[in-house]
Ligand binder design. Structure first.
Ligand SMILES: Cc1ncc(COP(=O)(O)O)c(C=O)c1O
Length: 395
């Protein structure tokens, strides 16, 4: 099938909830994707912060072949499987957590965290959860309610009760809604969909302090900013603040669907048998890929710390060349955003024409989330395309 034929078939048969670009991806190697017509693209989207090891990674290929040779793709959670328990042990070692719950996506990971928080708080009369404006936590009802952006709520009332919103990076706004009824605060240490907004260190330590004072749990959603993307295995490790629950997904399964909620200390024993479940949680194939990604996470994140600074420097230089079109450069490691005064979608399309995939975040931000294996030479090529595209798109 040609690119156009695949897109037409998709448009005719899918529900209309996405506004997809007319591009059908066929194959990939390294960080280069090839479409159905054979055109190549440098990929700075990574399936939206998923494909940490890029495409065609040899270790991932071998891990999947081993699973296929063993013949069991799925076991259910009535039984254990070696790959999932190994992935859980690796997560606990890397994050310093005590217990892992596996599911299939970011929204499910946050649903698990929400249920842990309510189960923890209910006997004490605590059921309120505080979340933040500009946050994004997923599309199922609980996570959608936690998402502090009106546009995601519109048309879907009634939402889940007991959620309050405060201003990100404004601890006074949290104090204003914090009380004895709060069972948890949930925050992204680096907001993604809301526009690539890093947390101030004082803000995160302020949240920790409030949770400790009021006996509430602190949940960090690192679905997007976790798994090495910011230059540490987990984003919270940039700060001297440890959460009670950490949610992950996206890059965790190496391209297969996998999410997790990691529980620390007093949160570790909240769930009892029967409290929560996911049929596919800890799926053998996804867990096999997770062990590959996790075994390389420390090395990858150290590289991302170095190359991320190189990327950020290049973006700052671009911002200086286009001061009328770029109002800010924000991010950490390989999660960077350019806040634009020109239409983001026009820049995305222009980059795509030149063979670079980038995406947006919020209404005005051009988001760069390349695979963690991206080299400085590839960063140079991407920066040159962004520079030319910004020159082309008019105010
Ligand atoms: C911070 C954050 N949390 C949760 C989610 C939801 O993840 P999923 O689409 O896997 O349900 C996302 C997705 O972009 C995210 O960025």
């Amino acid at each position: 099938m040609t690119n156009a034929e695949v897109c037409a078939l998709g448009r005719a048969n899918y529900t209309e909830n996405y506004s997809q670009f007319p591009l059908a991806i066929r194959s990939g190697r390294g960080i280069v994707l090839t479409d159905e017509d054979g055109k190549e693209y440098l990929d700075f989207v990574s399936g939206i912060a998923v494909n940490a090891l890029g495409y065609g990674d040899e270790e991932e290929r071998r891990a999947l072949l081993e699973v296929l040779d063993d013949g069991v793709l799925h076991t259910s959670n009535l039984f254990y499987n070696r790959r999932a328990v190994e992935a859980a042990a690796m997560l606990n070692r890397l994050a310093g957590s005590n217990r892992v719950f596996f599911c299939n996506s970011g929204t499910e990971a946050n649903e698990a965290a929400l249920k842990m928080a309510r189960k923890f708080g209910s006997p004490l009369g605590k059921t309120t959860v505080i979340s933040f404006h500009h946050s994004f936590h997923g599309r199922t009802y609980g996570s959608m309610t936690l998402t502090g952006q009106e546009k995601y709520h519109k048309g879907f009332s009634p939402l889940v009760p007991g959620v309050k919103y405060a201003e990100y990076n404004d601890i006074e706004s949290v104090r204003a809604v914090m009380d004895e009824t709060v069972c948890a605060i949930i925050a992204e240490p680096l907001q993604g969909e809301g526009g690539i907004i890093p947390a101030d260190p004082d803000f995160l330590s302020g949240l920790r302090e409030l949770c400790d004072r009021y006996g509430a749990l602190l949940i960090f959603d690192e679905v997007q900013c976790g798994m090495g993307r910011t230059g540490r295995p987990f984003c919270f490790q940039h700060y001297s603040v440890t959460p009670d629950i950490l949610t992950l997904a996206k890059a965790l399964g190496g391209g297969l669907p996998m999410g997790s909620a990691l529980a620390f200390g007093k949160a570790a024993d909240i769930f009892s048998p029967g409290d929560h479940a996911a049929t596919f949680g800890g799926n053998v194939a996804a867990a096999a890929l997770a062990t590959v990604v996790l075994s390389r996470l420390e090395e990858l994140s150290a590289e991302v710390a170095r190359k991320g600074e190189y990327l950020a420097e290049g973006l700052r230089a671009i911002a200086a060349r286009h001061p009328d079109k770029v109002s800010a450069v924000r991010g950490l490691g390989f999660m960077q955003g350019l806040d634009l005064t020109v239409p983001v979608r026009a820049v995305v399309s222009s980059c795509m024409e030149e063979g670079l995939l980038v995406c947006s975040a919020g209404y005005t931000v051009l988001r760069l989330v390349p695979p963690l294996i991206t080299t400085c030479a590839e960063i140079d090529r991407a920066l040159a395309i962004i520079d030319r595209s910004l020159a082309r798109v008019s105010l």
